[in-house]
Design a protein around this ligand. Sequence first.
Ligand SMILES: *Cc1c(COP(=O)(O)O)cnc(C)c1O
Length: 412
Amino acid sequence: MIISEKLLKLAEEAEEALKEKFRHFDSVSFINTKKVLDAFREERVAEAMFAGSSGYGYDDRGRDTLDRIYARVFNKEAALVRHTLISGTHTLSTGLFGLLRPGDVMLSVTGKPYDTLDEVIGIKDEGKNNGSLKDFGITYKQIELTEDGKIDIEKTVEILKNEKIKVVYIQRSKGYLDRPTLPVCEMNELYKTVKEVSDSYVFIDNCYGEFVEENEPDADVIAGSLIKNPGGGMAETGGYLAGSAKAIELISYRLTSVGIGSEAGCTLNTMKSMYKGFFYAPHTTAQALKTAAVAAYIFDKLGYYTNPKWNDDRYDIIQAIHMGSGDKLCAFCQGIQAGSPVDAYVTPEPWDMPGYSDSVIMAAGTFTQGASIELSADGPMKEPYIAYFQGGLTYESGKVGILSAASQVLDK
Ligand SMILES: *Cc1c(COP(=O)(O)O)cnc(C)c1O
């Protein structure tokens, strides 16, 4: 791979301009790493916990301790961390089905949720006999963010006062939408307000937000994927849910079975990578933030619209870059792929991925399939051809990936 002198200089310039931002990412990583270590010590983590269990998995100390560690670090009463949660979507779905009953209403206050939840909720279909929330008689409503991209608290309160809402749903990160990601303080304000006027559960899709700020948002449930931030690039699969003891207990009955809940579920050989991943997670998240910020600077200087801007505050690890054409979006993703440690020799092409409404191009030369805490990019093939990318296990490798992407885009 040949990277031009001009691009290398631009990267150097970016690092100089981002000095203060880098210091901030490192300081958040330090604070969160200390929290993780405090939790490990308080929960007396020992090597025997990494051994894993088989069969029913009763009395699995490794599993139970990791649950408590997540709860401590995320400042919640309880948590479930499981390799049997196969993805973020599965984790969110398990949480929603754990809390919602026929006749209940779910209210999203951040507009339409992430694409893969359309079918879980039953937004697209007629509630056909497929087991979606809608099929189970659960009503879904949503309100949009305000013009300036904030939660419409006034409207939320108005609805909560007029109607019984079981779950108030927040998606923290922008996902595939061109909207801002929510800062923790804004979600905390909503949580406080919801609790003042109702007994609704506040449920947060926390994907891509973990460890970006010093604290996770207040909520009855936060949920995410272990092949994103909290797995630290080490966990090979899995998801987590953390929240109030009551909400997590209800969800545990959906996760396994009523009557069993979190007391069983073997861990096989997954524990060490989950512990080690959580240990790395604050640092890995900082690496991803640095990679995103440098990419924003470079592409901004090359004349592309970026969100967030290089000098904006960051609330998740996602960087959106408007490529302006399908060709350039493909070149960007192909450059990311070429700059990856695994499968760097293949050329990604757009395809109709299950669960997504537009054809999508994805680049992921990752050690763990689909792990988006590793440098990866995706973009729906539609105007204005936005490349969403995230991750980078190390800043250095992330930087190589970004420079490779910039080279390929410049060649177009
Ligand atoms: C990744 C993501 C999901 C879904 O996770 P998968 O692991 O892809 O199923 C949901 N919401 C947001 C905001 C995400 O970033």
